[in-house]
Design a protein around this ligand. Structure first.
Ligand SMILES: Cc1cc2nc3c(=O)[nH]c(=O)nc-3n(C[C@H](O)[C@H](O)[C@H](O)COP(=O)(O)O)c2cc1C
Length: 360
């Protein structure tokens, strides 16, 4: 039987009610990394809205790994405790709680988008940032001080991801996603645009991919065998005229991530350099990358980018182009995207009993 948007999906011991996932989306609303009522209501509403998986925004594994001072974090137990009721609520609505574990690398210490995404100086609550090499993100204005990571820094980052995953487990999350996309730390190692190292973590494909593989393996080592691990990658840097990360390398990397313990590749693109040119940011603009990885590797993939309508999401699954339809901005416009999609597609999905009088 052909799978559809409302077919169940099982990975390891986890069964997901449908193929809709809420894409990770920073809310820049967590003072000192702490999840607030905003996160409970925001993520909780999307679980009420019927999405099979609700993924948190990028959640920093160490304070230096925040994009902005207001990013969500999980670098200590208090932060995990603040996330626990959110994971429990998502689960209570029949959705699978997932957490994106992240380190922003050289794109850290910026103000929030609505404050201009400008570097924040240490005097204003910002910090010095770490990256594979010491070139800063090319900001207009004074960038944060960017240092090339030492071998000890590399070990510390791997450990920070593993400890964060342990805390995420305690907090009740069922899926852990390693954020290796969008020009943040792990992507900065993958891409020759940002990685000029000459040690075991730079140069060859094997070396540039080492940190992402090691972080994935470290997360998998603490994550229970019956729960899935996802990795989000940028399939391409969108810098075809430079020595950069591209789809061929992503296709080579995907099975190595599976060997390291990943169960699904969440396929995004771009973010490593402001010179990138997105060829056509129209509907489903990144789906061909997910499809190519699925076709070439047989791995489960999630497609994201410009998925906005139920039919488009359903076709994606029916045509075997991806295993998950990952929906970002449309979920900001409509928390009930999945329930509305079920209505439009004639699929079974129950509105919460509390809301039945509005739909019966
Ligand atoms: C407000 C906002 C915040 C985002 N934050 C994150 C994030 O924390 N982690 C991430 O991997 N992607 C993040 N993204 C990218 C989205 O997850 C998604 O990949 C992108 O918006 C394309 O999908 P869409 O067209 O469905 O919105 C963010 C996007 C938006 C609009």
């Amino acid at each position: 039987m052909t799978d559809s948007l409302f077919s169940r999906f099982s990975l390891r011991g986890t069964t997901i009610a449908n193929r809709v996932m809420v894409s990770p989306m920073c809310q820049y609303s967590a003072p000192d990394g702490v999840a607030t009522d905003w996160h409970l209501v925001h993520l909780g509403s999307r679980a009420v809205g019927g999405a099979g998986i609700v993924m948190t925004e990028a959640t920093a594994v160490e304070p230096r790994g925040r994009i902005s001072p207001q990013d969500l974090g999980i670098w200590n137990h208090e932060l995990a405790d603040a996330l626990a009721p959110i994971a429990a609520f998502i689960r209570s609505q029949g959705s699978v709680p997932a957490i994106q574990l992240a380190h922003a690398g050289r794109k850290a210490s910026k103000s929030r988008p609505w404050e201009g995404s400008r570097p924040v100086s240490p005097d204003d609550g910002g910090w010095d940032v770490i990256a594979p090499s010491d070139d800063p993100w090319p900001y207009e204005g004074e960038p944060p001080r960017t240092s090339a990571m030492t071998a000890d820094d590399v070990d510390d980052v791997i450990d920070a991801f593993a400890r964060a995953a342990e805390r995420a487990l305690e907090a009740g999350f069922e899926i852990a996603e390693v954020h290796a996309a969008h020009g943040y730390l792990l992507h900065e190692f993958l891409s020759p645009v940002t990685n000029r190292r000459d040690d075991a973590y730079g140069g060859s494909f094997e070396n540039r991919t080492r940190l992402t593989r090691e972080v994935t393996a470290a997360v998998r080592a603490v994550w229970p065998d019956d729960r899935p691990v996802f990795v989000r990658i940028s399939a391409t840097d969108w810098l075809p005229d430079r020595d950069s990360w591209d789809l061929d390398q992503s296709i080579r990397l995907a099975p190595l991530l599976a060997e390291a313990g990943a169960d699904l590749i969440d396929v995004s693109a771009g973010g490593v350099h402001p010179d990138q040119r997105v060829p056509d940011p129209g509907p489903g603009y990144q789906i061909p990358y997910a499809e190519a990885i699925r076709e070439e590797t047989d791995l489960a993939v999630g497609a994201v980018g410009g998925i906005t309508t139920p039919r488009q999401a359903d076709q994606l699954i029916r045509n075997g182009r991806a295993d998950l339809a990952i929906v970002g901005r449309e979920h900001l416009r409509d928390p009930y995207f999945a329930l509305h999609a079920a209505g439009e597609l004639g699929a079974d999905a129950e509105w919460p009993v509390q809301y039945r009088r509005a739909v019966d």
